[in-house]
Design a protein around this ligand. Structure first.
Ligand code: SF4
Ligand code: SF4
Ligand code: F3S
Length: 375
């Protein structure tokens, strides 16, 4: 008997934007691995994502459009694949073609239909009745609550929406607050909310979370700040390519000095990797491979995703060391239950996306702390 899986995968033809179904299954396998699942979940995730387009309402408040821009930088899938094939984007002020009454009617109809994922983007001003950000004359905090009532879940994308971000920086003149605070204020505490902080966040953390929701009908496992553990379970410092220099006491002292040029640790320049939970050091940005993240390019992490660090403490002050001593050994990747990524899984991810995103680094790092139970 002949296996026909490959033909079946290809039988639906390419997705919009030219991504082949085979490549999409590969992406889903990589996303499964990134979420701490076995790569064999890839076809299941791909099938769920293409079977029914998930309705999404995207509400933008006090934001800079960087969180939408970050999705433009994703290549597997591209933004076109995402909005034309995988989700049904009912409302998004930057991406929708309609405007005025047409856009408002589409929004109202989508809210009435319910069952959508609500993406909250930007911080939400609470001072003076929320007058500092209005959409169609309605304070955005009221619109968020109105949309939250019929939503299946909310994904707060970016630091602004997750914990206030840049608009909430002292003295926070508008009372900029995270989406979760608005739901609490409006009596919608029961709405499941997941935060994907970062300024902007890595688009693959957002896309992976969306795929997880589409496949399993629930949000992935979250930490105490509402962040998916698969992405925010580890300190940047734990998997940083400059970590060996930190442990050996080799630091850049000034921007552009010999130590900086040699790629030494950026701790003395104010790197906040030791107190920032994120997967930047393993996932990278922009699909261009090795070094494509702030620290990789010689810029200290400023903790953009971490509440109480980014936009809060001075850029070049030394980080608070959460783990003072280097680990005697790296984590046993299969020992704990949770949302990490196993070394074996990382190897699979590297195999899947390696040519594009720097497989060597992905396999060389000890990432994550556990594999989630197979669903
Ligand atoms: Fe812009 Fe950063 Fe806020 Fe996203 S989190 S909207 S990138 S300021
Ligand atoms: Fe990397 Fe920053 Fe930690 Fe140095 S302090 S090892 S540059 S994360
Ligand atoms: Fe932000 Fe630091 Fe990552 S500045 S993008 S959390 S390396």
């Amino acid at each position: 008997m002949k296996c026909t899986s490959c033909q079946e995968v290809d039988s639906g033809g390419p997705l919009a934007g030219g991504l082949s179904r085979r490549d999409f299954v590969k992406f889903c396998s990589a996303a499964a691995v990134a979420m701490g699942l076995d790569a064999s979940f890839g076809p299941r995730i791909a099938a769920a994502a293409t079977a029914k387009r998930l309705p999404v309402i995207w509400i933008s408040a006090q934001e800079c459009t960087g969180c939408t821009e970050t999705l433009l930088r994703a290549t597997h899938p591209t933004l076109e694949n995402l909005i034309l094939e995988l989700i049904s984007l009912e409302y998004h002020e930057t991406l929708q073609s309609g405007c005025g009454k047409q856009a408002n009617d589409a929004l109202d109809a989508a809210i009435a239909a319910g069952g959508y994922v609500l993406v909250a983007d930007g911080a939400f001003p609470t001072k003076d009745g929320g007058i500092y950000c209005k959409i169609n004359g309605e304070p955005v905090i009221d619109l968020l609550a109105r949309a939250g009532k019929n939503a299946a879940a909310c994904i707060a994308i970016g630091s602004c929406s997750s914990w206030g971000g840049m608009p909430s920086a002292d003295p926070n003149p508008t009372g900029a607050s995270p989406a979760s605070a608005i739901f609490k204020m409006k009596g919608l505490d029961k709405l499941p909310v997941m935060s994907i902080p970062g300024c902007p966040p890595n688009p693959y953390n957002f896309l992976s979370a969306v795929l997880y929701f589409v496949t399993f009908g629930k949000l992935p496992e979250l930490d105490d700040k509402g962040r998916p553990k698969f992405a925010y379970g580890r300190l940047i410092h734990e998997n940083c390519e400059r970590r060996a220099h930190f442990d050996a006491g080799r630091f850049a002292e000034k921007f552009g000095d010999d130590n900086h040029r040699q790629g030494f640790c950026l701790y003395k320049l104010g790197c906040k990797g030791p107190e920032t939970y994120n997967n930047c050091s393993t996932l990278k940005f922009g699909d261009v491979g090795v070094g494509s993240w702030p620290v990789g390019m010689g810029a200290p992490c400023f903790g953009c995703s971490e509440k109480g660090v980014g936009f809060t403490v001075p850029l070049h002050s030394p980080a608070r060391l959460v783990n003072v001593t280097p680990p005697a050994f790296f984590p046993n990747v299969a020992a704990e239950k949770g949302g990490g990524v196993s070394a074996g899984a990382a190897a699979v991810a590297a195999a899947v996306v390696g040519a594009v995103v720097g497989a060597g680094l992905a396999t060389s790092k000890q990432v994550g702390k556990a594999e989630e139970d197979k669903k």
